[in-house]
Design a protein around this ligand. Structure first.
Ligand SMILES: C[S@@+](CC[C@H](N)C(=O)[O-])C[C@H]1O[C@@H](n2cnc3c(N)ncnc32)[C@H](O)[C@@H]1O
Ligand SMILES: [Zn+2]
Length: 384
């Protein structure tokens, strides 16, 4: 859903930016000269390629091993190419029926085809492999493809097994958050509604879903959508071609942001944070680029304490198999963040909202992580 627009910032009608906020990740100077195929630092000479119209403002050698693996294996691969279709499938058992019914139809069709293919081959085996026909060949090919998919993307296999039990568990004991995802967003958006010319950075923007869905684009704001995956970000850019929302698209690394400090009123991160190689340094970087008084909003996986056994297996195997941490890293919160609140908005997801405080503010801070206030330790990491 595309919402009401603010003032175009990177279109022909754009107002010139009050100040340049892009900085060179090598020498940290705000001296990037922009050309159609290359951005280049006028200070140190570092060149940044422009890929299909999107500048790549990061150094490959500084990309963490896990970030690179996820980018190359998932987001620039099958998941990235079909993100809009595949991602909703992964959350199938926990989505409301009205949003998920089409997914259940696909799920049912896949299960029926696999059972039919397996059944055909078992019957053939009972007959001593006499008279195999084209249908048997098709069934065998289907099972080979399914096997290859399950080996490369085992979370789909777990989903096949767990979808129905998790759905039943969710229906038997629905999760009721203290504050819902939508209520928190409504409050955040309302608190910013009167402001003019906001600057919002959406990190881990992917195909742009989260930026477009949660009300941010109804504000009088210009946006930077940032991601490490060109496959994902191109899709976001192409989706915006018609809507022409005031969004600049940038390939960059969250752990090494190409922006001046205090550049944004709001920094967002939906769905990528727990997979960072080093979430602590990404959190410091994201905090650095928010202006004092500005907001940081992070959403990702975290399991509610009261989850049942089957929900725990689903969380590990389907929701968060690619994560390095399994909850918001409370102890990595920089001192400059205040009013940090971690809300368990769904049984499997947190929403952290924090405000950056003024450097001169020496009063006490609030960090409220609810039931998840345990110290973040490296032991929580499943991939170092
Ligand atoms: C699960 S997707 C979420 C996309 C989008 N926010 C949404 O909710 O639909 C996570 C995204 O984070 C991006 N990402 C992962 N590590 C990153 C990093 N170090 N810097 C920038 N983006 C990163 C991935 O490329 C991917 O597009
Ligand atoms: Zn430079």
């Amino acid at each position: 859903m595309i919402e009401k627009r603010g003032t175009p910032a990177n279109s022909a009608a754009a107002k010139p930016a009050a100040r340049d906020y892009y900085r060179c990740v090598v020498c940290r100077q705000l001296r990037l000269a922009r050309q159609a195929t290359l951005w280049q630092c006028a200070e140190c000479g570092q060149a940044y390629p422009v890929l299909d119209g999107i500048p790549a403002l990061y150094l490959e050698e500084r990309v963490g091993g896990h970030d690179r693996e996820l980018r190359d294996r998932l987001y620039n691969g099958l998941l990235g190419r079909h993100y809009q279709q595949l991602m909703p499938l992964l959350t199938l058992p926990v989505r409301p029926w009205r949003l998920a019914w089409k997914g259940w139809v696909v799920f049912g069709a896949v299960v029926a085809m696999l059972v039919a293919a397996g059944g055909l081959l078992v019957l053939l085996a009972f007959n001593g492999f006499a008279k195999p026909n084209g249908l048997h060949a098709l069934a065998a090919a289907g099972l080979v493809v399914a096997g290859a998919m399950a080996t490369r993307h085992p979370y789909f296999l777990y989903l096949l097994v767990l979808a129905v039990p998790v759905r039943v568990a969710t229906l038997l004991r629905p999760y009721h958050p203290v504050l819902t995802f939508n209520a928190i967003h409504a409050e955040l958006i309302a608190s910013l509604r009167a402001k003019r010319g906001l600057r919002i950075l959406d990190t881990c923007s992917g195909t742009g879903d989260s930026l477009l869905r949660h009300g941010w684009t109804s504000l009088d704001a210009s946006f930077v959508a940032l991601d490490l995956s060109s496959t994902m970000l191109r899709r976001a850019r192409d989706r915006n071609a018609k809507a022409k929302l005031p969004i600049e698209f940038v390939l960059a690394n969250c752990a090494d942001l190409p922006f001046d400090s205090d550049s944004f009123d709001v920094v967002l991160s939906y769905g990528g944070f727990n997979g960072f190689t080093d979430p602590g340094s990404a959190l410091r970087e994201m905090t650095r680029v928010v202006r004092p008084g500005g907001l940081l909003v992070i959403y990702d996986e975290q399991l509610d304490e009261g989850a049942s056994w089957v929900e725990r297996v689903y969380f590990r195997r389907v929701c968060s198999p690619h994560d390095t941490i399994d909850r918001f890293p409370v102890s990595a919160v920089p001192d400059s963040l205040d009013l940090v609140r971690v809300h368990q908005v769904y049984r499997y997801y947190y929403l952290c909202v924090a405000r950056k405080r003024d450097a001169l503010d020496t009063s006490g801070r609030t960090v409220d992580a609810g039931a998840h206030a345990e110290t973040w330790s490296r032991q929580a990491l499943r991939v170092a």
